[in-house]
Write a protein that binds this ligand. Structure first.
Ligand code: CP3
Length: 343
């Protein structure tokens, strides 16, 4: 393992003259080569569970753009599936799962020790990638944060306001807390296996952290991510952890200390200059170009990319989008962003 990889240096707190760069959802439907491999696999989940094809789509954006990191191709909803939930994707709509709303539903979930039966192909994908990635490219593993994964397990689909999860939290606290705990413990085992297979960094996606208000944010976003980060660091000293409590707004300040993570990913809901002053002072920051620039391009993309790079220039920074790239993005705009960051 090359400790000199730019992403690992930034994660250790080094300020680099040019920030390393990768992009959330960098393997995705905006790329024709992704669509071709996905068609070959049949559907999205078959692609996730086919190690050769999942490794292939992970490598595609590395070959095309030379990003500094590759992120394992998989999905945060594989954990619910490994715990026994039914999972399928409806084209044009998104994920669907069997729901958990009662103690009986919860009791039917599998124990944490059983998840590897389902997730074994994912570890194989990581092994292939750690052999095949260029020496300078960092391999990032990931999982969803317990709150975000729970919102899908409870509602059975994506929800605009995470209403069903908030309702269960209010009406059946023991079941809600049981779900959070089960996902937390499963995530520790899952990430630990990814690291053993060759992941050099892990990222925890809390995409719906923004809907947790007041003490709930601390209890159900921060605490589970802290528990996972600590367990990973106990078992794999030196493996950096990135946390992404999307939508945390001013509460991004303090997340490094509260979770013990090496890096906090910020979305474009906060200004880069604000994040430099209030978040980057505690450690590495990742972000935060609005993904809409990958659709619109032009001078606005260049100006905003330069502004973000300048705002974070005095501390450790990994350049990224504020959220995943969308299917309607133009691949040429991705190249323009990279050229601008590296200019
Ligand atoms: O970033 C990467 O490239 C790594 C792979 C990755 C995917 N999903 C692939 C994917 C990662 C890290 C995720 C995370 C994920 N998945 C999150 C958290 C991050 C975020 O975006 O907020 C969430 C909430 C999910 C759940 C999920 N998976 C949804 C809601 C959808 C449907 C989206 C849609 O537009 O259909 C997915 C599917 C999915 N996951 C796709 C990809 C490339 C598109 C699937 C396809 O090819 O049809």
């Amino acid at each position: 393992m090359t400790q000199n990889k730019t992403i690992l240096r930034a994660l250790r707190g080094e300020t680099l003259p040019t920030p390393p760069i990768w992009m959330m959802r960098q393997a995705g439907r905006y790329l024709p080569e992704y669509k071709a491999t996905r068609a070959q696999a049949g559907d999205f989940l078959s692609l996730c569970y086919n190690p050769d094809l999942a490794a292939e789509v992970t490598l595609q954006p590395i070959r095309r753009y030379g990003f500094d990191a590759a992120i394992l191709f998989a999905d945060i909803l594989l954990i619910p599936q490994a715990l026994g939930a039914d999972l399928w994707f409806v084209t044009g709509e998104g994920p669907r799962l069997s729901t958990i709303t009662t103690a009986d539903d919860f009791d039917r979930l599998k124990p944490v020790d059983d998840i590897h039966d389902t997730l074994r192909p994912i570890y194989e994908t990581v092994q292939i990638l750690s052999r095949e990635l260029p020496d300078e490219t960092t391999l990032i593993g990931f999982a969803g944060a317990p709150w975000t994964v729970a919102t899908y397990m409870i509602a059975g689909q994506g929800t605009p306001d995470q209403g069903p999860a908030h309702l269960l939290k209010a009406e059946n606290r023991p079941v809600f807390e049981g779900i959070i705990h089960r996902i937390t413990e499963a995530t520790i085992e899952y990430l630990s296996m990814q690291i053993q297979a060759g992941a050099e960094v892990v990222k925890i996606f809390d995409s719906w952290a923004g809907s947790l208000a007041g003490d709930d944010f601390t209890e159900f976003s921060i605490h589970p991510m802290q528990r996972i980060t600590k367990a990973i660091k106990d078992r794999h000293p030196g493996t950096p952890v990135i946390v992404f409590p999307r939508g945390a707004d001013h509460k991004f300040a303090g997340v490094h200390q509260a979770t013990g993570a090496d890096c906090v990913a910020v979305d474009d809901g906060v200004d880069a200059a604000w994040a430099a002053e209030h978040v980057q002072t505690d450690g590495c920051v990742q972000g935060n170009l609005a993904s809409s620039h990958m659709v619109t391009g032009g001078q606005a993309l260049v100006d905003e990319t330069l502004r973000i790079r300048e705002s974070f220039a005095k501390g450790p920074h990994i350049f990224n989008l504020g959220h995943g790239i969308t299917p309607d993005a133009d691949p040429e705009n991705v190249q323009l962003m990279i050229d601008t960051v590296r200019s």
